[in-house]
Design a binder for this molecule. Structure first.
Ligand SMILES: [Zn+2]
Length: 285
């Protein structure tokens, strides 16, 4: 089984995690830029972090046989701090780099005017750089925040096929599915979304445009919940091709739209012939 975790914060994880993830089948991941718990106080703090996501962390991942790409952006929480917002002017320099496969995490945290501004500016950057966008939906008032996010996305003119709304649940999935955007689900140990609830969503909505991630960070989280979800799918009657689609081919298709996803040397993909004849080769229009 091969697994691509499309949203995980490896900066906060140990080498034991890398080893366990590889043993579980994880061969590729995307690490979105996000807040670090401790609030940042200057744009320089962001650029050091971005450089780590592009340099140090891929090097660390490679030592464990895992391909590492990242997304770059000003997260919605820190979009509210005027000491941080000047980083918006520095983003173009990073969005031009090879390891960056999307703009993100962007979106709403508490839904303020400052978040509105950062969200719109960064969706425009995604369009300008022809990159996908990773949109974080707020944990409070998820339905309201998701609806408003979809309105801003529509207004931006970005192709909905280039956008994933993440941290969805049973309440928000349908509206996002109908929008044409991708649907992201973060599986957590004891909150928000579990492997069994994820399987129920897959049964109801199918496997198309769905991304499953562990979103693991420095909080209570588990980088092996992608594998646990795959096992739960098999136990519920999905076959191995369904699992491969949700946990590998879907994230590959989504991030391949950047034109920068390089997985050579990290997978048995070519040997398995699984790329032949599916939508990945044409970049998922
Ligand atoms: Zn995240």
């Amino acid at each position: 089984m091969r697994i691509f975790d499309p949203h995980i914060h490896m900066t906060s994880r140990t080498t034991d995690d890398y080893r366990a993830m590889h043993a579980a089948g994880v061969r590729a991941l995307v690490e979105p830029a996000f807040w670090l718990g401790q609030p940042r106080t200057s744009p320089a703090s962001f650029t050091d972090y971005f450089d780590a996501l592009l340099g140090w962390e891929p090097y660390r991942a490679a030592q464990f046989g895992i391909s590492h790409h990242c997304t770059i952006g000003l997260n919605p929480k820190e979009a509210n701090d005027p000491r941080c917002t000047p980083v918006l002017d520095l983003l173009p320099r990073y969005l031009a780099k090879d390891g960056v496969v999307a703009v993100g995490e962007i979106g709403y945290d508490t839904v303020t005017e400052a978040e509105d501004h950062a969200f719109a500016v960064q969706l425009a950057l995604a369009v300008e750089f022809a990159l996908p966008a990773l949109v974080h939906t707020p944990h409070r008032d998820k339905a309201g925040g998701t609806g408003r996010s979809l309105a801003v996305i529509r207004e931006s003119g970005i192709d909905p096929g280039f956008v994933v709304l993440d941290h969805l649940n049973e309440v928000t999935v349908r509206e996002v599915r109908d929008s044409g955007c991708w649907m992201g689900f973060s599986i957590y140990p004891d909150t928000k979304m579990t492997p069994d609830r994820m399987v129920a969503i897959l049964k109801e909505h199918g496997t198309e445009r769905i991304l499953v991630n562990s979103a693991a960070d420095w909080g209570h989280s588990d980088p092996l919940l992608t594998r646990a979800t795959a096992e739960a799918m098999l136990a519920a009657g999905f076959d191995e091709d369904d699992v491969d689609r949700v946990l590998w081919r879907n994230p590959v298709a989504f991030y391949s739209q950047s034109g920068r996803l390089g997985l050579d040397g990290y997978t048995d993909v070519q040997a398995a012939g699984l790329y032949a004849g599916n939508s990945i080769a044409r970049g998922g229009n």
